[in-house]
Design a protein around this ligand. Sequence first.
Ligand SMILES: Cc1cc2nc3c(=O)[nH]c(=O)nc-3n(C[C@H](O)[C@H](O)[C@H](O)COP(=O)(O)OP(=O)(O)OC[C@H]3O[C@@H](n4cnc5c(N)ncnc54)[C@H](O)[C@@H]3O)c2cc1C
Length: 335
Amino acid sequence: MSILVLLDQRGGLKPTALEAVSAGRVIASVAGTDLHALYIGRCNPGLSKELKGFGLKKIFACEDDSLAHYSSESYVAIACELVRSLNPDVVLGSATAVGKESFASLAARLNVELAQDCVGLSWNDGLTATKPIYGGKVLAEMRVSDHPAMLTLRPNLFKISRKGEDIPEIVRLENPEIPVRTHIRAIVQTADDTLELTEAKIVVSGGRGIGGPENWPLLQDLCDELGAALGASRATVDSGWISHACQVGQTGKVVSPDLYIACGISGAVQHLAGIRNARVIVAINKDPDAPIFDYCDYGLVGDLFEIVPILIAELRSLRWMNSNDDGSTRINVAR
Ligand SMILES: Cc1cc2nc3c(=O)[nH]c(=O)nc-3n(C[C@H](O)[C@H](O)[C@H](O)COP(=O)(O)OP(=O)(O)OC[C@H]3O[C@@H](n4cnc5c(N)ncnc54)[C@H](O)[C@@H]3O)c2cc1C
């Protein structure tokens, strides 16, 4: 019996990969089973060091420059071959864009069920996954009984935890050089995806209250100060003010940051469906009766065009004080 974690990478292991490995270790230790991982990507000589202390027994590594960028054709074929030969009981991954796509293809190839975007896992003589349904209004506990049980985990929810100094064995896999029909010529980074919304620790979102697309730079300044990703309500997306990639909510992205700052967002249920897992929610709205105030942890009643510049100035001055501090960490800016 074993658990296999498919590692998320983009120019290096992503934190979501470590979250999935940490969750896998907890399950492996309760179930008394081995934990393995699969890395597909460009050659990564630091792999066993990066994954030291996670209780991994083996890392299966298929490394080649041609695998630097995700391609569902080659990645899924490699993962499928390993799953068939290793025969793990559980295959875990991250519910990132790549993770969701590759797991869907892999589950279809293996003809097994798949639980995407799980927010909890437990083991009691079998695997139980907790998964939000009905736009996050209900948490379903599902017994995953197919073999292998395939699950992806929502980013930012599972704590990364190392214990010990164990170094996993690296097992090199041949690149099967699958003939792929899609070739990546270039990756053009847009302003929207400099920091992936679903994986960001801090998200600043704007709603119709920002008044128009010309005011995004104000929220982007706040994002830059906090190291946050920029999100948006559907009203702004539908108005053509920002791309759909930034939409948070039921028909947009589900985010789970430590801090979510909603600026000029009323707090419609469809928007709230996307932020239920945010740890702390701050709302800035000039209407004291806006529904978001029933939901947030901290509410600022006022004009965002007055409040956001004050926040930015405060953050800048804190950062300035920090850099002039004689080495102490008395003032800690979230960056
Ligand atoms: C099937 C369906 C799916 C949907 N999916 C989504 C989704 O995924 N995500 C989503 O967001 N919505 C979704 N919606 C739309 C949702 O119902 C709301 O219409 C939308 O969220 C409203 O966006 P908003 O809060 O930006 O705009 P509004 O509701 O117009 O709110 C704007 C807010 O800004 C405040 N404001 C105005 N000026 C200022 C100022 N200067 N300073 C401070 N505050 C100010 C106002 O008081 C108001 O509360 C969906 C709707 C449906 C029917």
